[in-house]
Design a protein around this ligand. Structure first.
Ligand SMILES: Cc1ncc(COP(=O)(O)O)c(C=O)c1O
Length: 403
């Protein structure tokens, strides 16, 4: 028997102890106690799942497609994903040494499997600051560390900002466009430089593009490889030869209003996708089968009317708050990253508390960043409520400014 001090036999692992409690969960608990508040916290779309997508899922359930699918995903969904990626990115899937595709349990499932497949204890990955809340904690779960890349006032994770952070322990750089929490859409130059850097240093570039369909028209500056009439926001995955270096992660939940279906996918280097499938086999087993059939129908749905509606809300935020403080230009997703005006002398948390006291819930920046200087607004909410919330925020920012 070892003399090592034992943790309680019935207690959680040391790994569990090293995870931080999610700041978002705390805010959601608070929101539950304030049902009349204007809630600008939740990154959850407020539109209905397209009818053809609902029908495809219901048909799959009713026709008995309720068992396991292959670990990598239902063949029909994988075909639809490959077709879409071939048209969008110009990737070719015929060759056995070419890129692989895997349907996952949410985009979170794809991220989890990628971290597991790439990180050994002691390794490092580079993530943006501000970041989506899971990015650092997933590294901790692997016994690795996430190195934060400050993305500056413009919110772009440029090669220039990433390069000094690369060490011999770096296994991947995690890129997110359009980004949560700031809605920033990376430029084509940023994508190209970052891909060149990762390629030259032999590290994988993970590109989390869960909000790729939520890019406003001014951010759609890139022509699809297979159909130049279709314009999308820039992606490192669309650059020539990217499939050797980029693991692309996209999802269905945010784009098609079905976050609870838990569906996403990953596509990229065959060796990496193969390693992810191994972890998939012993953890999630497969993404929910009938909902994979629903997801396949997503490729026939047109979400542009919703995106244009969200653009109006984005414009409303920038118009109302832009003159009072700095907002990194949100070109997509449904978030705005608002700096607490310096003259208030408050942290993000203090301002968030003040706003909550006036019936408006936002998320303090410290939940997404090593600094607590901002707050995040989610505008996936009713426009009238959003307008009401903005009135309060403008009042708080201006009133205090005059004191
Ligand atoms: C940037 C980013 N990546 C991944 C996820 C996880 O999404 P999913 O619900 O598909 O697991 C989110 C969810 O908010 C996100 O904002």
């Amino acid at each position: 028997m070892s003399d090592e001090p034992r943790r309680g036999a019935s207690g959680p692992s040391r790994r569990a102890g090293s995870l931080r409690a999610s700041g978002i969960r705390r805010i959601l608990q608070r929101a539950a106690t304030m049902p009349d508040a204007v809630n600008l916290t939740i990154g959850q779309p407020d539109f209905a799942v397209p009818e053809n997508v609902q029908r495809a899922a219901v048909d799959a359930i009713q026709s008995g497609r309720n068992g396991y699918s292959p670990n990598a995903g239902d063949p029909h969904l994988l075909d639809r994903i490959r077709q879409d990626l071939a048209r969008d990115l110009g990737w070719s899937f015929g060759d056995p040494d070419g890129p692989g595709v895997l349907a996952t349990t949410g985009t979170s499932g794809a991220l989890t499997l990628a971290y597991l497949a790439l990180l050994d204890p002691g390794d490092e990955c580079i993530i943006p600051d501000p970041y989506f809340v899971s990015y650092p904690e997933l590294a901790t779960m692997c016994g690795a560390s996430a190195v934060l890349c400050d993305t500056g006032e413009d919110g772009e994770m440029t090669a220039e900002r990433v390069e000094p952070l690369i060490t011999s322990r770096t296994r991947f750089v995690l890129f997110n466009t359009p980004a949560n929490p700031n809605g920033v859409v990376a430029s084509k130059r940023t994508c190209a430089d970052l891909l060149d850097l990762c390629r030259s240093r032999g590290v994988v570039l993970l590109s989390d593009e869960i909000y790729d369909a939520f890019a406003f028209p001014e951010s759609r500056t890139d022509a699809c490889a297979g159909d130049p009439a279709i314009r999308r926001c820039p992606s490192p995955a669309r650059l020539p030869g990217a499939e050797d270096t980029v693991l692309l992660i996209r999802g269905f939940g945010k784009t098609f209003g079905c976050t609870g279906w838990r569906l996403g996918y990953a596509a990229g280097p065959g060796w990496l996708v193969e390693a992810m499938v191994k972890f998939h086999q012993y953890t999630f087993v497969c993404a929910p089968t009938p909902l994979q059939h629903g997801a396949a129908a997503c490729f026939d749905a047109d979400m542009d009317p919703v995106v244009l509606e969200y653009q109006k809300r984005r414009d409303m935020i920038v118009e109302r708050l832009g003159g009072l403080t700095h907002i990194a230009p949100p070109g997509g997703a449904f978030y705005a990253w608002v700096k607490v005006p310096e003259h208030l002398g408050m942290t993000g948390e203090q301002f968030t508390e003040l706003a909550a006291g006036h019936g408006v819930l936002v998320v303090n920046g410290g939940v997404f960043s090593s600094k607590d200087t901002h707050f995040r607004i989610s505008y996936a909410t009713d426009p009238a409520k959003l307008a009401q919330g903005l009135d309060t925020l403008v009042g708080l920012m201006s009133q205090r400014a005059a004191v």
